[in-house]
Every structure is written in C-alpha cells, then in structure tokens.
Design a protein around this ligand. Structure first.
Ligand code: FAD
Ligand code: EPU
Length: 339
C-alpha cells in the first residue's frame, strides 16, 4: 500500500482540475484503510476521501492525505419472497452496479442509471434522479470512524437522508469513511415513471411494455441528451441544489415569472428548478475563460481542463448573485469544495 507524496489529482476529479495532494493512497480493504487513517492521524493530516471525484471541487492543492476507496464486491447476503439484500463494496462503480442488478433482475435502481461515481459516495448526498433516491433502496451501511478506526453500522434512520443530504454532510461530516452499503432490492419489477421528463419520453408506450430495462435505457437517453459526459467535457453534474422555498414564495415568483418550474416538496414547500432560474436569467452558455454554464443544462458548470477551481467558484458566485438579484432566491452549491 504505497503512500505517494505530491500526487496530481487531475485524473481523480471529473472537473479535471489539476491540484496536488500532499499524500495519496489507494485502499482495498479495511486493514489498508485503518493503516492509512493511522498515518494521517500521526501526521495530523487532513483527509480527502475519494470515490470517483464527481462531486467535488479542488479549489487549491490539498495539504493532507487523499484516500481513494477501492473496496470491491457485490454479494447477495439474504433473500426472501419479495426482496434480495445486496452488500456492495464502497469502491464499486455505481452505474456498473445498476447494470449488474438489471442483469440479475434485482429491481429498484433503474432510475438511478448513469450517475457517475462510486457506491461509497451514494449515501453522502443520498443520490437521486428521475423520481428515485438512494434512500428508497437503502438498508444499511458500514463505516469506519476516522479517529478510533472502529467499524460501525448505520441503519437508514441514522443516516438522516433528505434531498441531496445525509448525516454525513451535517453532524457527522468527516467523521466516517463508508466501506460498504447494503441495498434492499425487489424481485418483482415496479417501475417509477412519474418524473415529468421520463413520463413524457415514455408517453407513446403501452404500460405493459415499460419494463425496468426500458426505464433504465430511457433514463440513459435523457441524461445523455442534456448532461455532458465528464470524459469529454469536464463537469461535476448539477453545481447547485434545487432550492426549496415556502409555497407562498413560489406563488409570488409565479406572478412575476409565469413559466417558473416548481415541484411540491411537502409541508407547504416547493422545490424550484435551479436550472430554469439560471437559464431564464440569461446565463446558459455564459463563459468566463476556462469555465462555462453548459449550453444544454444551465445547472451544470463545465471546465476546459486548463483552468482551476477558483475560476469555477468565481463563476458560481457570479451565478448566485445574478439569480439572487433577479428572484431573491439563494442557490446552495451541491459539490463539496476542498481544501
Ligand atoms: P466523490 O466526488 O469522490 O466524493 C463526493 C463526496 O463524498 C466527497 O466529500 C467525498 O469525501 C465523500 N465520499 C466519497 N466516498 C466516500 C466514502 N466511501 N466514505 C465517506 N465519504 C466519501 N448526483 C445525483 O445525486 N444525481 C444525479 O443525477 C447526478 N448526476 C450527475 C451527472 C454528472 C455528469 C456528474 C459529473 C455528477 C452527477 N451527480 C449526480 C453527482 C455525483 O455523481 C454523485 O454525488 C456521486 O454520488 C458522487 O460519487 P463519487 O464517488 O464521484 O464521489
Ligand atoms: N430547465 C430549464 N433550463 C435548463 C435546465 C433545466 O428550463 O437549462 C428546466 C427543465 O426544462 C425542467 C426543470 O428545469 O423543467 C428540471 O430540469 P431537469 O429535469 O433537467 O432536472 P434538474 O432539476 O435540473 C435534477 C437533479 C439532477 C438529476 C435530475 C433528474 C438536482 C440539483 N439535480 O436536475 O441531478 O439528474 O434532476 O432527476 O437535484 C446532480 O445532482 O448532479 C444531477 C445531475
């Protein structure tokens, strides 16, 4: 398990930002992880836990230890009449897992097709797309506490999942490394097609033709039509969360901006489509040197690969202030900024 000094992280983040970690190590199991955490602890080094690097912004060099989680394995640990319980190593690629489940007819992940990144990061922001969130298929996870190196299990309730949120982004931020996730998947297909873009794409199909495979394929097609492939155009997906506002605020905004897009978000709240707000503020395609607002989806910021994280954050700040001036709505960044 070599610990490499002065390691370039450009290939380890989908924004392709060149930044150096003081140290870098790959860990394949819990013993290696414990040894890496112990190294960081002795040297009082800050930690950067890395999956696929698709939801972070490297604003500068990282003055600590970057640990790439490589734990592998996809195992059925239990089955009953209706469900199969699948234990998955944190280093497995998320979309490969979705394809594996489609092949084995374990249902529930179809709408989450093609989300970049690894399984261990999925609970951090409770990944979601096309009407399904990780919490809908989640049973429990195993994580290592960074100071004691003790393994702890977290059941669903303890994870405090919410829209793009979990306890690991809040109270327990930086306290645990997720090593394994257990999912509870269905043996009989139950397709979820209420998300507007998905429903529309499937509108000319008979209900009986809409299998989980069809849903997965359609989700992939929709995603490819608007989201840039990080291998071709570096990006980190949505750069901002969709803001949740009181219904009253939404009604006021609607009177000023009749086309505004919002979805019910429970308890007299509406979730606004941040992409619409940015788009209608005239910022789609807006470019500042090496960084830009994506031309197909204004919620995605792109990078040529030649700039740096600070340029991206400057662009994000510009968008936030333009959106606030126009709608009096605050945008919150989705990816985490390091260091
Ligand atoms: P990383 O970027 O490596 O890490 C993200 C955060 O999680 C970091 O703070 C990191 O320290 C922490 N972390 C990672 N692994 C662990 C671990 N094992 N233990 C503890 N902490 C850990 N997200 C959605 O929810 N829905 C989408 O539809 C979606 N679409 C996207 C489309 C594109 C083109 C891109 C580039 C991104 C998209 N994302 C989406 C965001 C991203 O794919 C998810 O957040 C994903 O879960 C990040 O996984 P990762 O392995 O790349 O995490
Ligand atoms: N819209 C515009 N202009 C734009 C972008 C969007 O008008 O430039 C409008 C669309 O027409 C639509 C609405 O905004 O009416 C919502 O757009 P879309 O369906 O593309 O979804 P989104 O709200 O922009 C969210 C997630 C995505 C996820 C999709 C599908 C967040 C922050 N983003 O995007 O997740 O894939 O829904 O569920 O919640 C990510 O987190 O990185 C991500 C890509």
């Amino acid at each position: 398990m070599p610990i490499i000094p002065d390691y370039d992280l450009q290939a380890h983040n989908t924004l392709a930002i060149a930044a150096t970690a003081k140290y870098f190590v790959e860990v394949h199991d819990n013993d290696e992880l414990a040894a890496a955490l112990s190294f960081a602890n002795k040297g009082k080094l800050p930690l950067l836990i890395l999956g696929g690097g698709s939801n972070l912004v490297l604003a500068d060099d990282f003055p600590g230890l970057a640990i790439q989680i490589k734990h592998s394995g996809i195992d059925v640990i239990e089955e009953d009449e209706e469900h199969v319980y699948l234990q998955v190593g944190a280093g497995e690629n998320w979309h490969d897992l979705v394809c594996h489940c489609l092949n084995f007819h374990y249902w529930g992940l179809e709408n989450l097709s093609l989300i970049p990144g690894n399984v261990g990061a999925a609970p951090i922001q409770n990944i979601g797309a096309y009407g399904v969130e990780l919490k809908d298929v989640f049973l429990e996870l195993q994580a290592m506490e960074v100071n004691s190196r003790v393994l702890v299990n977290f059941e669903k309730q303890a994870c405090q999942f919410a829209y793009r949120d979990s306890v690991f982004k809040g109270r327990l931020r930086d306290r645990y490394v997720i090593t394994q996730v257990t999912l509870k998947l269905k043996k009989s297909p139950e397709v979820q097609i209420n998300y507007p873009a998905l429903m529309q794409a499937l509108s000319d199909r008979n209900a009986s033709d809409i299998t989980p495979q069809v849903v997965a394929k359609t989700v992939c097609e929709i995603r490819r039509s608007k989201l840039p492939d990080p291998a071709e155009i570096p990006n980190a997906g949505s750069f901002f969360k969709n803001p949740i506002v009181p219904d009253e605020t939404f009604v006021n905004l609607q009177s000023r901006f009749p086309g505004i897009v919002g979805y019910p978000a429970g308890e007299n709240k509406t979730k606004l489509a941040a992409g619409w707000l940015i788009d209608q503020a005239g910022l789609k395609g807006y470019t500042q040197g090496s960084v830009a607002v994506h031309t197909q989806q204004a919620l995605v910021l792109t990078h040529t690969g030649e700039g740096d994280g600070r340029a991206l954050i400057a662009l994000a700040d510009h968008i936030k202030s333009q959106v606030f001036d126009r709608y009096q709505v605050d945008l919150e960044m989705e990816p985490r900024i390091y260091p």
